[in-house]
Write a protein that binds this ligand. Structure first.
Ligand code: PLP
Length: 427
């Protein structure tokens, strides 16, 4: 029996997270990672553009991060009392770097960070409703487990991503269209007094890349301020990846709370929730704080060491310059290639994140625009890349990522593989 078959006997679906079991790749067993690559149990090598859904911005097994973690491990393990020097230094860096963060707490995952953000918003406002946007993903917990990738007939009404969620929990989340200023204004006009929080991915990368309009982000800021609602930027993907200060630094809009995860520790299990001090002071980490906050592994020394080493490298080396240059090159040259082959696509993204939608332009601005994307071409193209050792996750609407470890030679390989893949699709 193969390892993958043994996995399916003892692990539901044979994998430990949704969307890891990929049709056509259910026998894949990963054995090694390094830099921009991973290898499977048959010895096949892949250039990795999936990048674990985004964490390894520096590349897999970054030597500086690995050395920092090893050094921390040699001298410190979890005690579960008080604080460590590393936690203080990391919190100071996050407060310095991210415009909205005055105080910050660490979690072990992004889902925990968004969970606590919404609980805090409800606690401080005494209100019930949360606003989210169709196409955005904020983790696995109930309040946000709806309307990520919806079938056309489920857009505009609650579309849970799981069974087992109480209908009243779903009813307390209003789902709006991304970039729809009028819908935001209407929601606040109708329900403003009861909106505790608005949560969004400032760039919804869980459906590839929908870039926000300035007007949209500004309207959210204005309406939340006017209504006394808490604006939460979920920067679990965009934090550190798009800028050390997150996309809020790029956009020049400061939310009340920010959630971070993924790239801030280059792959170590991390999340963070930061924001206005007057809000963060409600957490029970402050004695008497009424909003319960806890986690055995929060601020784990390994993770803190990984995050601190990641920050250091991002500040000291031209990481963003490198990944932004490669990202621009990928988008520009893929676009030129498809034009030459006369295949209508939209190649879009931001910085190190890119995606090719198989649809005519202009670039999509909301989830419903993405209904024009040809899902079978999207997945078929990626399957043909994977066959050639270039790994873009072959699932509809997934984005791809570049890291500091990716090179121009890697990009050459992606472009060559694309030309062959598209040639085969057109044949
Ligand atoms: N928020 C966003 C934007 C995400 O993309 C994710 C995960 O993909 C999460 C939150 C949840 O993070 P985690 O998977 O670490 O719980």
């Amino acid at each position: 029996m193969t390892l993958a078959e043994r996995a399916r006997r003892v692990i539901p679906g044979g994998v430990n997270s949704g969307q890891r079991s990929i049709p056509g790749l259910t026998d894949l067993v990963i054995t090694r990672t390094q830099g921009s690559r991973f290898w499977d149990s048959t010895g096949r090598e892949f250039t990795d553009y999936h990048a674990a859904f985004g964490p390894p911005l520096l590349g897999h097994n970054d030597p500086d991060v690995a050395a920092a973690v090893a050094a921390a491990r040699a001298s410190l393990s979890l005690t579960g009392v008080a604080v460590t020097e590393g936690e203080v230094l990391l919190a100071e860096q996050l407060a310095e770097l991210v415009p909205s963060i005055e105080k910050v707490l660490l979690t072990s995952t992004g889902s925990e960070a968004t969970f606590h953000a919404l609980r805090l918003a409800r606690a401080v406002t005494g209100r019930r409703l949360v606003v989210k946007f169709q196409g955005c993903y904020h983790g696995w917990h109930d309040a946000v487990s709806l309307n990520v990738i919806s079938a056309p007939d489920r857009i505009g009404r609650p579309d849970p991503t799981s069974t087992g969620i109480l209908p009243e929990v779903l009813d307390a989340t209003l789902v709006l269209r991304f970039n729809d200023v009028e819908a935001v204004r209407r929601a606040f006009a109708d329900h403003g007094d009861d909106i505790a929080a608005v949560i969004l991915e400032p760039v919804p990368h869980n459906v590839g890349a929908l870039l926000p309009t300035d007007d949209f982000l500004r309207t959210l800021r204005e309406e939340c301020t006017r209504a006394g609602s808490v604006l939460v930027f979920d920067e679990v993907i965009t934090g550190f990846r798009h800028a050390l200060g997150g996309y809020q630094e790029v956009a020049g809009i400061v939310p009340d709370l920010t959630t971070l995860g993924k790239a801030i520790a280059n792959g170590a299990p991390v999340g963070a929730l930061g924001g206005r001090a007057d809000l963060m002071e409600h957490f029970s980490s402050r004695p008497g704080g009424p909003v319960f906050f806890a986690g055995t592994y929060n601020g784990h020394p390994d993770v803190v060491a990984a995050a601190s080493a990641t920050v250091r490298k991002l500040r000291e080396e031209p990481v963003h310059e490198h990944v932004f240059r490669l990202g621009d090159r990928v988008r520009r040259e893929l676009d030129a290639l498809y034009r030459r082959l006369d295949v209508p696509v939209v190649v879009t993204g931001f910085g190190s994140v890119f995606v090719t939608y198989f649809m005519p332009g202009p670039a999509p601005r909301s989830y419903d625009d993405l209904l024009a994307n040809d899902a079978s071409r999207f997945v078929g193209y990626r399957r043909r890349l994977v066959e050639q050792g270039v790994f873009e996750l072959p699932l509809n609407l997934k984005r791809s990522h570049l890291s500091y470890a990716h090179t121009d030679a890697d990009v050459d390989r992606l472009l060559e593989a694309t030309e062959r893949a598209v040639g085969a699709m057109l044949a």
